[in-house]
Design a protein around this ligand. Structure first.
Ligand code: ITT
Length: 196
């Protein structure tokens, strides 16, 4: 299996991707520091993931993989979705985004707080060929933050099969065993096995 450059600039995502892929036998090269961050201007996760992967292919001439993730909340018609990083404003912190989410859902009943994380992983090659795969984790948004692990919306996201714990109440290996990102990464490895 090929070696890939990892396109994400997010250290939390990098750690999770490395942990899952090392178990699956894929080697990753670090993202060179001098590659500028890509503007995420597309209106789909796949469009953004492809733009991020292609930028790294152009900069390194190596095959690259990129992740784009969003939180899709049922009661908000799928928002913040592709715009999850800037839900509370252009340079919003994780904490500000979570505060806005809890505020928007404050009047929403316990039976209507469904949501899902979707991760699209894109692999792009110097030849111009590319592929994408998706991983989905279904759950609900809690009424308050719980847990100290993970990042982003993890403290308020309770996966359906997690026995009432949020993702932030799971250790990194527990999150990585079944998360949206882990599911997408496993699909990627399957795709690489069958297409090579
Ligand atoms: P790169 O584009 O450099 O990969 P990013 O932080 O911009 O990093 P995304 O656009 O994919 O990443 O992610 C959008 C937001 O979704 C991110 O800022 C987090 O708030 C949230 N997010 C992504 N993955 C998450 C996860 O596993 N758990 C909780 N929140 C997550």
């Amino acid at each position: 299996m090929t070696t890939f450059v990892l396109a994400t600039a997010n250290p939390h995502k990098t750690e999770e991707i490395r942990a899952v892929l090392s178990e699956l036998g894929v080697t990753l090269l670090a993202r060179p520091d001098d590659v500028p961050e890509v503007e995420e201007n597309e209106d789909t996760l796949e469009g953004n993931a492809l733009a991020k992967a292609r930028a790294l292919v152009d900069a390194t001439r190596h095959a690259a993989i990129a992740d784009d993730t969003g939180l899709f909340v049922d009661a908000l018609g799928g928002r913040p979705g592709v715009y999850s990083a800037r839900y509370a404003g252009e340079h919003a912190t994780y904490d500000e985004n979570v505060t806005r989410l809890l505020a928007e859902l404050s009047e929403v009943g316990d039976d209507r707080r469904g949501a899902e994380f979707r991760t699209v992983i894109c692999v792009a090659y110097p030849s111009g060929r590319w592929r994408s795969v998706q991983g989905i984790l279904t759950g609900r948004i809690t009424r308050e933050r719980r847990g100290i692990h993970g990042f982003g919306y993890d403290p308020v996201f309770e996966p359906l099969e997690a026995g009432g714990r949020t993702l932030a109440e799971m250790t990194p290996p527990e999150k990585n065993a079944n998360s949206h990102r882990a599911r997408a990464l496993r699909a990627l490895v399957e795709e690489l096995r069958t297409s090579s």
